[in-house]
Design a protein around this ligand. Structure first.
Ligand SMILES: Cc1cc2nc3c(=O)[nH]c(=O)nc-3n(C[C@H](O)[C@H](O)[C@H](O)COP(=O)(O)OP(=O)(O)OC[C@H]3O[C@@H](n4cnc5c(N)ncnc54)[C@H](O)[C@@H]3O)c2cc1C
Ligand SMILES: NC(=O)c1ccc[n+]([C@@H]2O[C@H](COP(=O)([O-])OP(=O)(O)OC[C@H]3O[C@@H](n4cnc5c(N)ncnc54)[C@H](O)[C@@H]3O)[C@@H](O)[C@H]2O)c1
Length: 463
């Protein structure tokens, strides 16, 4: 058994923990897949590169009503795909090379294989050549992320479906794509592929897309989606079958039995933490019923010296959360006498679909359920100067605030650049700025998009 000072499992957010301050630590890094993890290789980065090209491809369709006539001559899938991964793959390879062979990392040993705990702080790694190595350390960081799941639908495993891990590398663009699921991945890839001219069907088991968003966002997004995609709501997927090049889903819905056919099926029904593959329970680490490793506010697991970060322990499953937690663990490893807490008070997210969506804090549904007093204000993009100039028809900001304290408790935006427009609201919530002070205590550039936030703030009726 080899002994290290620190073992890091997973090279997504885990890889960012090491810096020159660890130069005197004898560190083992364990990775079973591609260096860099989900966000770099199959998540945030490539998806947003596809979304950018989708936004470009969608422009001719949106600009004619403003008097700018252009046509989309075509989408060169092979070129888009190869350009994107031609930029990403070398970063992953470079990250691996740096950790394995660069002089900066002479204190780091990379184990390429799958780690599995056999007892507390003892990890057996099955290397890619099939051999096994056992390693131990007083400190561990569990950063093994999560993986795509699939529902238990008869025939599904046999039809050859895609997931977010595989769909971006398709050999050719499909004519017809069915997406099973109606969350983040579904909304983003429906936008990408429909903008490229693919005929998209979205199968949702509930009555709305993105239903964990505020009901106004989810409702309006679903209505817009129904204009662009074949949206099947309240559908149970009963069976899947392949018939030559066609994948057929048998559904049951409000009007009875129906089928949907396509040449590619994307399954996008969520992810599960990799705590089972890692057998953290054998390592003495407690796991929640969701499969997430249990951590305290310092990102400590139930085993002394063992920390966890990112999707393996976080219900948010977002890269900015994993990054924040990695910085907290980095500090806590280096300064055990001065531990820092992770801050999960106001975790925002954005869905890079069309229109873009961003949100932070409570939805109105959650505010109602919490029985706290709240006031609501809404502002349409169309009624601020820039949104009016763009002739935006669907975008809006919805704010919830506590009228007694003046504090914002939730912000929900659908519309152009929502992921950027929301940032001052995240800042206000994080630093406790009152909504009225925020509106009146600063200039808002005219005519800038953030005026939609200013006007929503001004509409809040506080005590
Ligand atoms: C399609 C898609 C788009 C996304 N877009 C966004 C976005 O726009 N914004 C955003 O904030 N988030 C986004 N996310 C979520 C984001 O990618 C994740 O939250 C983030 O990557 C999690 O990082 P992590 O370090 O926890 O895990 P990962 O990056 O998944 O890293 C875990 C690593 O551990 C390795 N590993 C697992 N088990 C073992 C084992 N037993 N032994 C050795 N190694 C192991 C894995 O191979 C992997 O490399 C997206 C996710 C997906 C799937
Ligand atoms: N922009 C971003 O930040 C971004 C983008 C993509 C993915 N992600 C992350 O990746 C994770 C995975 O994304 P996702 O879209 O797969 O998950 P999700 O949790 O966002 O959505 C899953 C969807 O599948 C549906 N579903 C679940 N079980 C089902 C079943 N048996 N049959 C039919 N539908 C079912 C759910 O109702 C939900 O609509 C998310 O949690 C998210 O945090 C983030």
């Amino acid at each position: 058994m080899r002994t290290f000072d620190l073992v890091i499992i997973g090279t997504g957010s885990g890889n960012s923990i090491l810096d020159p301050r660890f130069k005197d630590w004898n560190v083992a890094v364990v990775e079973k897949g591609t260096f860099g993890g989900t966000c770099l290789n199959v998540g945030c980065i490539p998806t947003k590169m596809f979304v950018h090209t989708a936004d470009l491809a969608a422009t001719p369709g949106a600009s004619a009503r403003l008097g700018v006539d252009s046509t989309l001559d075509g989408v060169r899938w092979d070129d888009i795909r190869d350009r994107i991964f031609g930029r990403i793959d070398p970063i992953a390879a470079g990250g691996r090379e740096y950790r394995k062979n660069h002089a900066d990392n002479s204190n780091v040993t990379v184990f390429e294989g799958t780690g599995r705990f056999t007892e507390p702080k003892v990890l057996e790694v099955t290397l890619t050549d099939g051999t096994k190595q056992t390693i131990t350390a007083p400190k561990f960081v569990l950063a093994a992320g999560g993986r795509v799941t699939a529902p238990d639908v008869p025939g599904l495993a046999e039809v050859g479906y895609e997931t977010s891990d595989t769909i971006m590398r398709l050999a050719k663009l499909p004519k017809k794509l069915t997406i099973l699921g109606s969350g983040f991945v579904a909304a983003e890839f429906a936008h990408v592929f429909s903008s490229y001219g693919v005929d998209v069907t979205v199968v949702a088991r509930s009555g709305a897309l993105l239903r964990s968003e505020d009901d106004d966002i989810s409702g309006r997004f679903t209505a817009l989606a129904q204009e662009k995609w074949d949206v099947r709501l309240d559908r149970k997927t009963v069976r899947a079958e392949r018939d030559g090049d066609v994948i057929r889903l048998h559904l049951e819905g409000p009007s009875g039995a129906e089928t949907v056919e396509s040449d590619v099926l994307l399954v996008a029904v969520g992810r599960t933490p990799n705590s089972d593959i890692l057998d953290v329970v054998a390592g003495g680490v407690a796991v929640a019923p969701t499969g997430h490793v249990v951590v305290d506010e310092y990102q400590r697991t139930t085993v002394d010296g063992v920390y966890a970060v990112g999707d393996i322990s976080s219900p948010y499953e977002l890269k900015h959360v994993a990054n924040h937690e990695a910085r907290i663990v980095q500090h806590n490893l280096l300064h055990p006498e001065d531990l820092r807490k992770a801050d999960h008070r106001f975790v925002p997210h954005a869905v890079f679909t069309s229109p873009q969506i961003a949100s932070v804090g409570l939805t109105e549904r959650e505010a109602k359920a919490s029985s706290q007093r709240y006031v609501v204000a809404e502002q349409a993009y169309a009624d601020i100067a820039y949104g009016w100039a763009m002739e935006d028809t669907s975008g809006f900001v919805k704010l919830l605030a506590d009228p007694a304290s003046g504090q914002l408790i939730g912000a929900h935006i659908m519309g152009p650049q929502a992921a950027s427009v929301i940032q001052p609201l995240i800042q206000a919530m994080s630093f406790g700025l009152r909504a009225d002070d925020m509106a009146r205590g600063q200039y808002w550039i005219h005519p800038g998009m953030p005026e939609v936030v200013e006007n929503a703030l001004l509409k809040l009726v506080l005590d």
